[in-house]
Design a protein. Structure first.
Length: 616
């Protein structure tokens, strides 16, 4: 056994050992002390008259109980052989040629020593994280408690800050049962609670946990700082009544004050660290702002300021803005494609705002969101009486966008017949309403948006080849967010400003690094949603821990044969299209034979050919 303890509280008992080797003093920092010739004992005596396991002590508050373990030569007290008994401070036993004299420190001396040790530890490191554990250890030892807890108080409830048992070890998680109701009562009421027998205490009748846990002696006091009650110290002895009295209550209050100072120091340190991180984040943000201001100045020197709409000063985004500025200077059709959430509609807006049509309407239609039966009416309009319910004539989007820009998002979702009619209208620059005979001239610039590679759509039969070449006068592929990670910090700050206004939080350097390293399968839209979640509650600083980032190892469910599909419908359509095309090739275009091979009818096959846009 070591001569010193690692605990904040020095051992309150020691043995004075007098024998052939001289006199030595051995501190006792455990409740059970064994004496014998064997090296495994607490006190080892290399004396042939001492048995290997000779004697055991159980240290108590007023002394120690002893028990001879059936030794051959016996244990003696005052010259008489004894088997068991109680030894008080200053009394001794003899075993072999050795005398063992027990000495206990006075309780007051022990308490003062504990308080002094804590003060010395706090003086060396006021923000020490283990200072609370030291306070709790001393509180348990000085009050005679069986175990104790420090419970911190938060707006969302109370949490375990420290848990110690009589042996000064941390209480295992499975054994941390205590009366939370009693602790909450002290935390909310602010009054000390001392009970000699919790089970029979009328004040605690309503607390089911007291009876369930079989509590006896309980003492609980609040820990106050300038901001209010921040914690409680809770000590108990489940097996004995009347362990705590007024002296123990006052002593625990002293320990609570020391815990309050430790918590206040930790709060001040945390606040200082947060201010430092905010300052670092603000500096990083100012650097990004400066880069953006340079970018804005460069764009203002040109014909327009449209390039300010897409954030990012990396080479890839600068190239995209340059292309869009060039596109805007013409009146040609533009095809923009790329993964969902990469800013395709924003790019279309830049083309419009930088063009001569910027004062005209900017109209967007998501073709996949409109049922096929309504899409024609939505695009081309109708005359009165064209169908049931058409009581008034109404223009379509082509007419409404006259003199401006019409954005067609998801043309590949249209049927082949609908794509054919759209092609005729674009080429003729005129539209005929449903139920009408008059052709109306329209002056509309078409910007098309696709989520997949247009050439793949053409090969798959989902996009007519002639329509593709009509729409693709100018083409731009929007990159996924992972392809220009260097722009993620600027994009993130721009998104925070968009939603935060004057209350825009800062991003810590670690948060910026985490954002730049994340996979972002949902691209800018996913990044935006992540930042909006992290901004809930208007924090001053968003740390990496506040971000619910996508997992890099998350499998893509719709990845088949090395290709990723946006939706399950697209995957099913692709599989169905491939099987139908193979059946038609095998039967040399004979639809009846192909339908029979596919287990369906010729009529059903024809319907599927039309839906999938397969031209035969």
């Amino acid at each position: 056994m070591s001569e010193a303890s690692d605990s904040i509280l020095s051992p309150r008992a020691h043995l004075c050992i007098r024998g052939p080797g001289g006199v030595r003093r051995l501190p006792l920092d455990g409740r059970r002390v064994s004496v014998g010739r064997g090296s495994e004992n607490t006190v080892t005596l290399p004396d042939p008259r001492v048995s290997r396991e000779h004697l055991v002590f159980e240290i108590e508050e007023q002394g120690a109980r002893f028990q001879d373990l059936g030794s051959q030569n016996g244990t003696f007290r005052g010259g008489a052989r004894v088997e068991a008994g109680f030894l008080r401070s200053g009394e001794s036993l003899s075993v072999g040629n050795t005398t063992l004299e027990l000495h206990l420190e006075a309780p007051t001396s022990q308490m003062l020593a504990a308080l002094l040790a804590i003060e010395e530890e706090a003086a060396l490191d006021p923000e020490a994280k283990d200072l609370l554990e030291s306070v709790l250890e001393a509180a348990i030892a000085c009050t005679g408690a069986e175990r104790g807890f420090i419970l911190s108080v938060h707006p969302s409830g109370m949490r375990m800050a420290a848990a110690r048992g009589l042996d000064r070890d941390e209480v295992p998680l499975a054994e941390r049962e205590l009366s939370w109701s009693l602790a909450i009562r002290v935390a909310t009421g602010g009054e000390d609670l001392l009970t000699e027998d919790a089970i029979s205490d009328a004040r605690l009748d309503a607390m089911a946990s007291v009876e369930t846990l079989g509590l006896r002696s309980v003492l609980c006091v609040p820990v106050r700082t300038r901001s209010g009650i921040v914690a409680v110290i809770y000590v108990e002895h489940r097996g004995r009544r009347g362990v705590f009295g007024e002296e123990q209550r006052l002593l625990l209050r002293l320990f609570a004050n020391r815990a309050a100072m430790a918590l206040a120091a930790q709060e001040a340190l945390a606040a200082s660290e947060e201010r430092r991180q905010v300052a670092e984040a603000r500096t990083a943000r100012q650097a990004l702002d400066l880069a953006q201001r340079r970018q804005e100045l460069e764009s203002l020197r040109g014909p327009d300021a449209a390039s300010m709409l897409l954030a990012g000063s990396g080479s890839r985004m600068q190239e995209i803005r340059t292309q869009l500025t060039r596109f805007a200077a013409t009146d040609l059709a533009v095809l923009i494609w790329g993964p969902s959430g990469t800013g395709k509609e924003l790019a279309a807006r830049m083309v419009h705002d930088g063009s001569a049509r910027k004062n005209g309407p900017f109209t967007v239609i998501a073709c996949a969101a409109v049922p096929e039966s309504l899409l024609e009416n939505e695009l081309f309009g109708h005359e009165r009486g064209a169908f049931s319910g058409a009581e008034e004539a109404a223009p379509g989007l082509f007419e409404s966008a006259h003199g401006g820009t019409l954005v067609l998002d998801g043309i590949e979702s249209m049927s082949t017949e609908m794509q054919s009619r759209l092609l005729r209208i674009i080429e003729a620059a005129e539209v005929r309403r449903l139920g009408g005979r008059e052709a109306r001239q329209v002056d509309v610039r078409i910007v098309s948006i696709l989520r997949e590679d247009p050439l793949e759509l053409v090969r798959a039969g989902r996009l007519r080849q002639d329509l593709y070449y009509r729409l693709r006068v100018l083409e731009l592929c929007m990159p996924g967010l992972a392809e220009h990670r260097e722009d993620i910090p600027e994009i993130a700050l721009a998104l925070l400003r968009k939603h935060g206004g004057e209350a825009t939080p800062e991003l810590s350097p670690c948060a910026l690094a985490a954002l730049a390293a994340a996979p972002w399968p949902g691209h800018v839209r996913e990044l935006e949603n992540t930042l909006r979640r992290a901004s809930l509650g208007l924090p001053a600083l968003i740390s990496a821990a506040d971000l619910d980032l996508p997992r890099a190892d998350t499998p893509r469910i719709l990845e088949v044969e090395g290709r990723t599909w946006a939706t399950l419908t697209e995957l099913v359509d692709a599989v169905e299209r491939r099987q139908i095309m193979e059946a038609l090739r095998f039967h040399e275009g004979n639809k009846t034979a192909a339908a029979r091979a596919l287990g369906t009818t010729r009529f059903t096959l024809q319907r599927r050919l039309e839906r999938l846009g397969i031209i035969t």
